[in-house]
Write a protein that binds this ligand. Structure first.
Ligand code: UGA
Length: 437
């Protein structure tokens, strides 16, 4: 099929490359000519395992092209996916849908053949109905342009795998023909037996934000229990294992630690609260503000542990291992790791940050911190080491291997990746979130 993907950020670039992998002819469109230039040359402007290879392969096969021209895709594609961002509005919790609206308007003004526009961005419930109005006002009435919503559930770090092998496909449609079109786009997934949920616009929009809100709640639930185990002397990881073996609960997203960050979970729980309030249901989603408070308190706790170990932070040298919001990503948006590093710096510590992929993005956001190009350089003169993102490179450290690189014998494991007993018996002072050992 001839498919365009509007917006070639994280979501759009992944979707475009994966659709080409599925055999479709794909054009990625972005209004940023620099982004288009680099993608057309096979260069990915961000880090995502496996995606650069896919991009290169299909730029090579000719199944994947890039453009800045709406006229070009409007005359050519039969399906247009929207992958533009819905950032948090400045000073408010709500999501800014103006980029989605602008994209639909541009498509409406340039589509010259019958086509289906399919939204993938995370939007407040009610957006698709509003977009229908935008379409109606701006489209050529002699062409038929349909609208559908098909939220994306991919995770950074697993974007290719999640797109090619999703655990479900949800589509909001108002017309059986649009459902058939989307089933044809995703025929490979259907053959793999991936559940296909067909519903209305509103439910499709809500499934996405509900999923992210639930995941955030699950993380904060276990982190709230960490506050209790820290006081009574229990072990949060054993508690999580005991909980997660109940099939109704499940073990995933019960990893206690520094909490959630990134471009999605924090923004989406704020946007859902804002939308619920607009709809007169402020109380329904009020608990999400507690979910966020718990999340932020974990960062304070990490700083508290560092302070307790060092006596005071002023003048002390601290190595912050990790800046990305999670491993296998160079994304530092709302990153708990980077936030802790900045808090330590603000409290007077000298902070050396090392992240295998995110140094560059972190330095752009917080140039005041010192960034080192290797683990060895970051810990070389440290008084204390904090593990803030659970990269494999950090998880593979042992007390003995690290002791060869640093004079420090104090470590805070803010992602619960080590056994405290092991580090204690090797002579290290060890602290973690939610457990003593
Ligand atoms: C999240 C969702 O998981 C995706 O399904 C969704 O499509 C995406 O947002 C989106 O809306 O675009 P992502 O932001 O890539 O994906 O990251 P997650 O893997 O969900 O992790 C989010 C944060 O939670 C990370 O900071 C991670 O370290 C933290 N986390 C995760 C925990 O602290 N504990 C856990 O048990 C799991």
């Amino acid at each position: 099929m001839k498919i365009s993907v509007i917006g070639t950020g994280y979501l759009g670039a992944t979707h475009a490359a994966c659709l080409a992998e599925l055999g479709h002819d794909v054009v990625g469109l972005d209004t940023d000519p620099l982004k288009i230039e680099s993608l057309a040359a096979g260069e990915l402007p961000f880090f995502e395992p496996g995606l650069a290879e896919l991009l290169n392969r299909h730029v090579g096969t000719g199944r994947l092209r890039f453009t800045t021209s709406y006229e070009e895709v409007g005359a050519w594609a039969e399906v247009h996916f929207l992958g533009v961002g819905t950032p948090q509005r400045q000073g408010e919790g709500s999501a800014d849908t103006s980029f989605v609206e602008a994209a639909v308007r541009s498509l409406a003004e340039t589509i010259t053949r019958d086509a289906l526009i399919v939204g993938k961005s995370t939007v407040p419930v009610g957006t698709t109905q509003r977009l229908r109005e935008v379409l109606r006002r701006h489209q050529d009435p002699s062409v038929e342009i349909g609208l559908a919503w098909n939220p994306e559930f991919l995770r950074e770090g697993f974007a290719v795998q999640d797109t090619l092998h999703p655990d479900r496909i949800v589509v909001g449609v108002e017309d059986a023909a649009h459902e058939r079109t989307l089933k044809a786009v995703y025929s490979a997934a259907e053959e793999q037996g991936v559940p296909f949920i067909v519903t209305d616009f509103e439910t499709a929009e809500l499934v996405k934000v509900a999923a992210n809100a639930f995941l955030a709640t699950k993380i904060s639930f276990i982190n709230a229990l960490s506050e209790i185990t820290e006081t009574v002397g229990g072990d949060i990881q054993t508690l999580a294992a005991g909980l997660g073996l109940d099939e109704r609960i499940g073990p995933k997203f019960l990893r206690a630690g520094l909490g959630f960050g990134g471009g999605c979970l924090p923004k989406d729980i704020r946007a859902l609260q804002a939308r619920a309030s607009e709809l007169g249901h402020e109380r329904s989603m009020r608990f999400l503000s507690e979910v966020e408070d718990i999340n932020l308190r974990r960062r304070e706790r990490a700083v508290f542990l560092a302070t307790a170990m060092l006596g005071e932070l002023r003048g002390k040298k601290v190595a912050a291992l990790g800046a990305a919001f999670k491993p296998n990503s160079d994304d530092v948006r709302d990153s708990p790791a980077l936030d802790v590093a900045v808090r330590l710096f603000d409290a007077g510590a000298e902070v050396a940050v090392y992240d295998p992929k995110a140094n560059f993005n972190a330095a752009r956001r917080f140039p005041r911190l010192r960034y080192e190009e290797s683990l060895a350089a970051a810990v070389a003169d440290a008084d204390l080491i904090l593990v803030l993102t659970e990269w494999d490179e950090f998880k593979s450290m042992s007390p003995e291997s690290l002791a060869l690189l640093t004079p420090a014998r104090k470590i805070v494991d803010a992602r619960n990746v080590f056994s405290g007993d092991r580090w204690n018996s090797a002579g290290w002072e060890f602290a973690a979130l939610g457990r003593k050992h």
